[in-house]
Design a protein around this ligand. Structure first.
Ligand code: SAH
Length: 408
């Protein structure tokens, strides 16, 4: 196996279990005798050693500033049954926190670094796991990962692989980036027309074939439940609704009316399907395909107001250099929403941009309130749920933040 020697004292962060080795920390690369290429190949397993030859761990080699993502600390090679053990450990956490139960078969099984599996995301929907590789190394191990999931997660019978958008696009990649790795259920519902998954007792049609990400936003489960608690008798706007997660909880919570808005017509079709499935007699829900900024401006002109607004936009900043613009975007959209909230109403506002930290987001939201001259107070500070654990040695894994504001 190829060995990566670090510069003196550069082993500190790996010894503190930070899973990334940056290229600047590397002193030299020693290929093993029968190595085919003149340099390590993207995705191959390498052993990382300190300048004094101490074994630090084994991980996936990558081209770029993160050169190695460590899989097993203190090991020279991947231990036998590594994949099974890691998947089993991840599943045990989800069981321990009560996510695997009758009325809930939707959860994140593997959250990358948060489950000591850097570069891997796995979401479970009923009997199907959807796997996303964010590194070539994980792509190369996809068959073993699928096998381990089937062996370790009792409910899962099928594994779908969806990495066409997540793998580094310049990397030389062999094999399909999309398709079933395991498909034990040949029934028609796997064309996704009739595939349902349950979150806190609500049914959602999940379309991993055509949907965004793995097909559903698993990370808002707890925050949706909070909307349910506050929705009674309220006029609710769910902006950036996607498949209508927040809308269904608001309806179950007894909202007077719920408007769901998303720019994508496909998303709006799914919201309507989900509402019809859970509340077949509902007459108080409206789904609208529209741009958020335009919708809010038009409704304001028409004098429309709401008691509770949810703003869950896509990541405005995908990279650090886009943060300034993103903050302007958050301020703009929040100002528009706050303006439309009745006295004593609530705003649930979120950012899922990893590059925008809590404080910056909070400042953008407060600037928005000041801009439109409304007094606001923070009732809740929200974050990603417990099946998206943050590795304490890898704080970069924290991405979702939200505020619930009381608007006077
Ligand atoms: N709240 C959702 C997830 C939101 S994801 C949930 O709980 O599942 C962000 C959504 O914003 C996507 O569905 C995307 O189609 C939508 N979107 C992106 N740009 C938009 C815009 N300018 N106006 C309205 N919706 C937009």
């Amino acid at each position: 196996m190829t060995t990566i020697y670090l510069k003196p004292h550069k082993e500190e962060s790996v010894k503190r279990f930070h899973p990334w080795v940056f290229s600047g920390a590397i002193a030299r690369v020693v290929l093993d005798a029968d190595h085919q290429a003149a340099a390590p190949e993207e995705g191959e397993l390498v052993c990382v050693r300190s300048a004094t030859n101490e074994v630090l761990g084994v991980g996936h080699w990558q081209v770029g500033s993160i050169a190695v993502r460590i899989l097993a600390f203190g090991e020279e090679t991947l231990p036998k049954d590594f994949w099974k053990e890691r998947i089993r450990a991840a599943y045990r956490v989800r069981e321990a926190i009560g996510l695997v139960r009758n009325l809930n078969d939707t959860y994140r099984l593997v959250h990358g670094e948060g489950d000591w599996l850097p570069g891997l995301i796995v979401d479970v929907y009923a009997d199907t796991a959807v796997v996303q590789a964010h590194s070539v190394g994980m792509h190369m191990h996809r068959m073993e990962i699928a096998k381990a999931i089937i062996a370790e997660v009792p409910q899962v019978k099928n594994v779908y692989y969806k990495s066409d958008d997540t793998l580094p696009f310049k990397a030389p990649i062999e094999g399909d980036k999309i398709g079933y790795l395991r498909h034990n259920d040949t029934s028609l519902r796997h064309d996704n027309e009739e595939f349902w998954s349950t979150e806190n007792g609500l049914s959602f049609r999940i379309d991993w074939l055509r949907g965004q990400k793995t097909g559903f936003f698993v990370d808002q489960r707890e925050n949706r439940a909070l909307v349910e608690r506050y929705a009674k008798d309220k006029d609710v706007l769910n902006m950036f609704c996607y498949t209508g997660g927040f809308s269904l909880y608001a309806l179950r919570g007894g909202a007077k009316t719920v408007d769901s808005v998303d720019i994508s017509q496909k998303a709006i079709d799914l919201v309507n399907i989900n509402v019809a499935k859970n509340f077949p007699n509902a007459t108080n829900h409206t789904a609208i395909a529209a741009d958020a900024f335009e919708y809010l401006s038009k409704q304001k002109e028409a004098g429309k107001t709401y008691d509770l607004i949810i703003l869950d936009p896509p990541a405005f900043a995908k990279h650090r250099d886009a943060v300034k613009n993103a903050l302007r975007g958050y301020q703009r959209i929040n100002a528009k929403a706050i303006e439309m909230i009745r006295k004593g109403g609530l705003l649930f506002t979120f950012s899922c941009s990893q590059a925008v930290d809590k404080e910056a987001f909070r400042l953008a939201v407060f600037s928005a309130a000041a801009q439109v001259g409304r007094k606001v107070r923070i009732l809740h500070q929200l974050h990603q749920p417990q099946d998206h654990p943050i590795n304490i040695y890898h704080p970069e894994g924290e991405y979702l933040k939200g505020l619930v504001l009381y608007v006077e």
